[in-house]
Design a protein around this ligand. Structure first.
Ligand code: SAH
Ligand code: SF4
Ligand code: F3S
Length: 490
């Protein structure tokens, strides 16, 4: 965690500053007083638990929220029986929403046991007015709701919650603190952020999305695309490197369009080159690449730099050009296949992974066969497959010929089977080779093993101990076990 401002230096009895991030540090200092009062009164430090329910962007947001809670003095716990539980929600598919409602029921039971418990909801699902309405009606025990655009205001909002509840204790019929913004172009830098791992970290390079794929709710809940300034990103990576981080994952919904919203034009390829020059950074990953924006310049930079991992996540979504057009993806099957060929010609050992949606409105058996054809030709190292989920407000939700669930499910099973079969054949190719492996943690099941990842993202288990965590080692991959390898350090 890096805190930019010392909370002890802040006069909490003065008026709150107007500018950011000073204003948030002021509220962190005020919240910290409340946490200290709680500790004195109850003889224990209050606990907090941030539950991440979404993608890598959400996971990074959760680290920011946890960073602020740590700064305030909360004790982090994994248990949802904590004094403050915050769900950072996802809404990309309908089942994500249903899970939240189910889990809120459980939280309410814990709350009855613990009168001090506070409950918060944030993230993408909260950007949907119908969701907030439902929570206001049926989950009145929730204390705090905020969205994706004002996450940086978390300390200020939490202080309002403290004010609305007596010293952290729950009052019946209390008012919910709700603050949802529709969009923002504001990016607040230099707030605290949790360092989940000593040796690797995600780094946001941009927020929002302008692509409006017709099935997708993300542009509506994350707002318009905006890029962080290159100097802010590089400064963050330099600090991480100075702190011992060797692997960074650059994050955005479509990293290939990085820089388009900046005053001075800047490309993602150039950013990668600049990050690669930072001493101490050994591995660079990024996510996600939209095929329509993947430039020759980027392929060249990837091919040249040893530090950029040999892994490209290149969502296909569908193999049918007809469906791709209805999805508003702006590439055809042929263009996608040509792109894969170009990438493989430049970087022969690259691992390619993807996302595929089955059952998009109007998808016929013929369209589905086109998807299977691309899968068989590309032979992905792995693929995330999803059943199409109808998201209210997106253009696809209003399209005719929604595919009946049984048909979509049957296609989904066929696709999954093919993807797994091809991926396990593909995995065999590294057997018997020596690869660089970044050791990430001690194996959860066998204590005498450690687990790490190769440059192209394959999982490797090898004999070792915790002293190896964070190191990049040469590892002989003795045996492939389907989706992972057994290796030996050289
Ligand atoms: N920005 C990323 C994707 C973020 S969402 C990209 O463009 O690749 C992650 C994945 O969820 C998408 O790639 C898509 O495959 C899937 N997805 C998005 N909306 C969906 C929906 N309505 N139904 C099913 N899957 C969906
Ligand atoms: Fe959604 Fe498309 Fe944006 Fe990805 S690129 S987040 S799939 S709209
Ligand atoms: Fe979900 Fe929001 Fe990510 S909807 S996939 S958490 S951007």
């Amino acid at each position: 965690m890096h805190n930019e401002i010392d909370l002890d230096q802040i006069n909490i009895h003065s008026e709150p500053p107007a500018e950011e991030p000073a204003r948030q540090y002021y509220f962190m200092a005020k919240c910290r007083e409340r946490v200290k009062d709680f500790t004195l009164k109850h003889g224990r430090v209050p606990t907090s638990c941030v539950v991440n329910m979404g993608c890598q962007m959400n996971a990074r947001d959760s680290e920011k929220l946890t960073g602020i809670l740590e700064e305030i003095g909360y004790q982090k716990t994994e248990s949802e029986e904590a004094d403050f539980v915050l769900y950072n929600t996802c809404t990309v598919r309908e089942n994500a929403n249903n899970k939240v409602y189910g889990r809120l029921g459980c939280l309410n039971r814990y709350r009855r046991e613990n009168p001090h418990m506070l409950i918060g909801l944030c993230g993408c699902m909260m950007q949907e007015p119908a969701v907030v309405e439902k929570i206001k009606q049926s989950y009145r025990f929730v204390n705090l709701i905020f969205g994706t655009h004002n996450l940086y205001k978390f300390a200020e909002l939490l202080y309002t919650v403290f004010e609305n509840t007596s010293g952290g204790a729950q009052k019946d019929g209390h008012s919910m603190t709700i603050d949802i913004w529709q969009d923002t172009d504001k990016i607040v830098e230099e707030l605290p952020v949790e360092r989940k791992y000593a040796f690797k970290s995600g780094v946001n390079i941009m927020f929002g999305c302008n692509n409006f794929c017709s099935y997708c709710i993300v542009p509506y809940v994350r707002g318009r695309e905006r890029s962080r300034k290159p100097e802010d990103i590089l400064q963050e990576v330099r600090k991480l490197a100075a702190d011992g981080v060797t692997e960074v994952m650059l994050l955005g919904q479509n990293v290939n369009s990085y820089g388009k919203t900046l005053e001075e034009p800047y490309t993602f390829a150039r950013l990668l080159r600049d990050v690669a020059e930072i001493d101490g950074i050994e591995r660079i990953r990024f996510m996600t690449s939209h095929p329509k924006d993947l430039s020759d310049e980027l392929i060249a930079v990837m091919a040249q730099s040893e530090k950029i991992c040999r892994h490209l996540h290149l969502p296909l979504q569908s193999g049918s050009s007809r469906i791709l057009s209805k999805m508003n993806r702006k590439y055809t099957k042929e263009q996608y296949l040509n792109l894969v060929e170009k990438v493989r010609a430049a970087i022969p050992d690259i691992a390619i992974t993807t996302d595929i949606i089955v059952g998009f409105p109007g998808e016929t058996e013929e369209d589905f066969k086109e998807t299977m054809d691309v899968v068989c030709r590309v032979k992905y190292d792995s693929a995330f497959t999803f059943l199409y989920s109808r998201r209210t407000g997106t253009p696809a939700a209003a399209m005719e010929n929604q595919v009946p669930e049984e048909i979509a499910k049957e296609r989904f099973e066929r696709l999954l089977c093919k993807v797994q079969q091809l991926a396990s054949q593909k995995a065999m190719r590294l057997e018997g080779t020596v690869q660089k492996v970044l050791v990430e943690h001690v194996n959860e099941k066998v204590e005498s093993l450690v687990t790490g990842r190769t440059d192209n993202n394959s999982v490797v288990h090898l004999p070792g101990d915790k002293s190896m965590i964070g190191k990049i080692l040469d590892v002989y991959l003795k045996e492939c076990k389907g989706f992972y390898y057994i290796g030996e350090a050289r």
